[in-house]
Design a binder for this molecule. Structure first.
Ligand code: XIL
Length: 345
């Protein structure tokens, strides 16, 4: 027999190895790929610029990014009419070079507004009619600038209160509830291909907030307003129970035809760090990813920073911290390994 035929005969005679399923992914990018989702992080622009080790991990591990602050109104228009795009541009540019899609965060919010805007409204020099024009121009200018470069926008952020009422912010007070539909319509006009999201915290578990957000979405849809997704921020803490109904809540929004995203996941703890707390944290991260994967419409799983070196938690929650997947030296924590262990859906 010719050597080729012998080789073929040998191959056929050998038993096929048992199918072991996909091997454990080496990193988050590979994990994302295996699950057919995007895994993202918020990006600290100063760290992206100044810290080579931060940049390396960011670009290696993640295939989706959100600007932690660089696209907020006070960052892009600190003085009226004087736009400062350098940071936001840098993020979008870096993402493009590293095959990362981008979430735009955020167009309409009550925080991190420039002083000229809040003070102008407070002293009456900006009338409601003018405020509406200002909002329309802001949305149009920003969405147009990144047209085709931003996969999804957080159009409205945190517009529902804990008790289920609409948040009393400068938009509701001056423009009435119609500002929400207007914001989606203006954003859609500026980039018809971008996915437009409503984003909020505590909708993982807070019933009044969940019900109002669901009705809000249904109402917008009934009026033909372009809304495509809901973002669950997912700011969790291990001193509270894991939101055990989260997957069901995701499903209720998915049933309305919305895309689901986890947009700002972190799991904080009361310091000091202990091995037990890290184990609980790992379990919360694992469950969050498992919940997302259990819902077909959940396509993005984004953490609010990936290293304890750059996390908003210590600055905002007294005595708490260590909320991220990697420690301050960028060493993987149990939570990072727990995510890699989540099996395909
Ligand atoms: C936070 C940033 O992480 C901080 O750096 C900043 O000082 C305040 O805002 N919900 C949101 C995010 O939608 O924009 C917030 O980000 C965290 C809570």
């Amino acid at each position: 027999m010719k050597p080729l035929i012998i080789a073929l005969a040998l191959m056929l005679a050998l038993p096929a190895p048992a199918y072991a399923g996909p091997r454990q992914p080496r990193d988050l990018r590979e994990l994302a790929h295996q699950h057919g989702i995007r895994i993202g992080t918020a990006v600290d622009i100063a760290a992206l610029r100044d810290e080579a080790d931060y940049r390396k991990v960011l670009n290696h591990q993640f295939n989706h990014v959100t600007a932690e602050n660089a696209m907020k109104w006070e960052s892009v228009e600190p003085e009226r009419g004087a736009y400062t795009w350098a940071d936001a541009d840098a993020l979008v540019h870096n993402a493009h070079r590293n095959r990362q899609r981008v979430r735009g965060h955020t167009l309409v919010w009550h925080n991190q507004l420039p002083a000229w805007l809040t003070e102008g409204v407070a002293d009456g020099s900006i009338t409601p009619a003018e405020l509406k024009r200002i909002l329309r121009d802001h949305i149009t200018t920003q969405v147009r600038r990144y047209k085709g470069k931003i996969r999804a926008w957080d159009v409205v952020n945190e517009v529902v209160e804990e008790d289920g009422s609409l948040r009393q912010n400068i938009w509701l007070t001056n423009l009435g509830p119609g500002y929400i539909a207007d914001a989606f319509r203006w954003a859609h006009r500026a980039d018809p291909h971008a996915k437009l999201f409503i984003n909020d915290y505590n909708i993982e578990w807070n019933t009044p907030k969940i019900e109002t957000t669901l009705s809000l979405v249904k109402d917008l849809q009934a009026r033909g307003v372009p809304i495509h997704g809901v973002g669950f921020q997912g700011h969790l803490g291990i001193q509270y129970d894991y939101p055990g109904d989260w997957a069901n809540v995701m499903r209720r929004f998915a049933d309305l035809g919305l895309e689901i995203a986890v947009t700002e996941l972190d799991v904080r703890m009361v310091l000091p760090v202990t091995p037990e707390k890290l184990a609980t944290q790992a379990d919360y991260y694992r469950r969050a990813l498992t919940d997302c994967l259990s819902v077909e419409a959940c396509k993005e799983f984004t953490v609010w920073g990936f290293t304890d070196r750059h996390s908003w938690v210590p600055g905002w929650f007294d005595g708490e911290g260590a909320a991220c997947l990697l420690d301050e030296n960028l060493a993987p924590k149990p939570a990072y390994r727990a995510l890699l262990g989540v099996r395909a859906r």
